[in-house]
Design a protein around this ligand. Structure first.
Ligand code: UGA
Length: 440
């Protein structure tokens, strides 16, 4: 069993820490937000992720997972240190790497202090887990070399995470692949041992290629969604059905069925940030990534499409009651970062609509951005007397709604299905005027 440190207790950090602890390693997880650390110690999760709470509870109780605010304590106790701090977008689209830099400096300081006390050989494997632009590993290495004693041996590696919110635990324990960028045989052997219990192909490469694999993968998935959304616009103009088009394309193994769901577009804490950072990185090294700029543009247009459809149904939106079901950027999470709902709500408010919202998990987060709109306890309360019902997230709960009842209590039976997930034919039979994305 290894002694592992994870710096950052956000979505990636806490899931990584909890899962390594579940695999019986001794894990210490550090975050400089003392309130967050206290919360987790008290078994209160800082965000919703299915299955995480149980693992955190179990591993804290059996002392496999320890939480701290001290990077120096973590550096002392761990042979392998994962950096999983945030890399948020700056206004020009580039990733803000100051948190990565700060923790690298803290690790270097801690190693310097350790060298004063311990006489024996010290080795640390420092691993980038956060999504970072290519060449970040080189900066981490340079910083450590510059700031820590020469006798300390270390390797810097990149081991990007591919977990999705809502299925993060499963994605960690049963990934499609594990990517490891390393520069030494010693580090490679440590990773082989570390990931031995996980049955997945491991791709070993250099650090720079591993960094690019993460950005290229997320950008490709965003591109795939924008592509089907572009096709959805064509379908709409000629009266074809994008769902059937996607099905027909998806059977081709070279294309695949996944991430071909047309809708109000991609959001979340990863795709918007990573696509922007990849474009900016391209610019910095002299490659204008125009393909990805178009991917961003299509995504923006998908959000605006909802307002256009609302106007087609209701004519003027001013003073009309509109209900929104689903606020999170996707189901099974309370995360609303860059959720399509935020932009759509802003635009509807600008048009003078009166909004009522419901989401199974994300309402508390949304209240921080829009404190003045009405939040309801049930979908039924939300749609009462509404002129239009808009679905922006495909929560399972919404599939089981009693639409007969909804039709009775709405003022006019108009539905916009922003995720193409409802039974269109059944809704039409019930008497709704239904508008999907790329299908009528
Ligand atoms: C994404 C990647 O899928 C993960 O592999 C990656 O590890 C993660 O980013 C990250 O970099 O940390 P996540 O942001 O949790 O994961 O969400 P996804 O499930 O990928 O969905 C992203 C957005 O695309 C959502 O808004 C979703 O509604 C939208 N989407 C997805 C579509 O509009 N259509 C689709 O067919 C699929």
């Amino acid at each position: 069993m290894r002694n592992i440190g994870v710096i950052g207790a956000g979505h990636v950090g806490l899931v990584t820490a909890a899962c390594f602890a579940k695999l019986e390693h001794n894990v210490i997880c550090a975050d400089n937000d003392s309130q967050k650390i206290e919360k987790i110690k008290n078994l209160d999760m800082p965000f919703y992720e299915p299955g995480l709470e149980e693992i955190v509870k179990e591993t804290i109780r059996n002392k496999k997972l320890i939480l701290t605010t001290s990077v120096s304590e973590l550096t002392e106790k761990s042979d392998i240190i994962f950096i999983a701090v945030g890399t948020p977008s700056t206004p020009d689209g580039s990733a803000d790497l100051s948190y990565v830099e700060n923790v690298t400096i803290e690790i270097a300081r801690a190693l310097t202090e350790m060298k004063k006390i311990f006489d024996n050989k010290i080795y640390r494997l420092i691993v980038e887990k956060s999504t970072v632009p290519v060449l970040t590993g080189e900066w981490v290495k340079k910083t450590l070399e510059l700031m820590s004693p020469t006798e300390i041996e270390f390797d810097v590696a990149a081991n990007p995470e591919f977990l999705r919110e809502g299925s993060a635990i499963n994605d960690f324990l049963e990934p499609d692949r594990i990517i490891i960028g390393v520069g030494s045989e010693k580090a490679k052997r440590i990773f082989e041992e570390l990931y031995a219990p996980i049955k997945a192909p491991i791709v070993f490469t250099d650090v720079k290629s591993a960094e690019i694999i993460k950005h290229a993968s997320n950008s490709f998935l965003a591109l795939k969604i924008s592509y089907i959304n572009a096709i959805s616009q064509i379908c709409e103009k000629v009266g074809a059905d994008v769902e059937k088009v996607a099905e027909g394309m998806g059977y081709d193994k070279r294309i695949g069925k996944d991430f071909l769901k047309a809708g109000v577009g991609w959001g979340g804490s990863c795709f918007p940030k990573d696509v922007a950072a990849f474009i900016k990185m391209g610019e910095d090294i002299g490659y204008p990534f125009n393909l990805l700029k178009e991917v961003q543009k299509i995504n923006k247009e998908q959000r605006l499409l909802v307002i256009k459809k609302a106007k087609e149904l209701l004519w003027n939106l001013r003073g009309k009651e509109i209900s929104i079901l689903g606020l999170s950027f996707k189901p099974n999470t309370d995360d609303i970062r860059d959720a399509p709902s935020i932009e759509i709500i802003s635009l509807l408010l600008k048009e003078g609509a009166i909004l009522k919202c419901y989401d199974p998990k994300a309402m508390e987060n949304m209240k921080k951005i829009f404190p003045d709109i009405l939040y309801c306890q049930t979908p039924y309360e939300c749609v009462k007397n509404s002129s239009l019902l808009i679905f922006l997230t495909e929560w399972d709960e919404f599939k089981n709604i009693d639409f007969e009842k909804i039709k009775e209590i709405m003022k006019t039976p108009y539905i916009i299905d922003g995720r193409n997930f409802l039974d269109r034919d059944k809704l039409k039979k019930t008497g709704f005027i239904y508008k999907g994305i790329g299908r009528n």
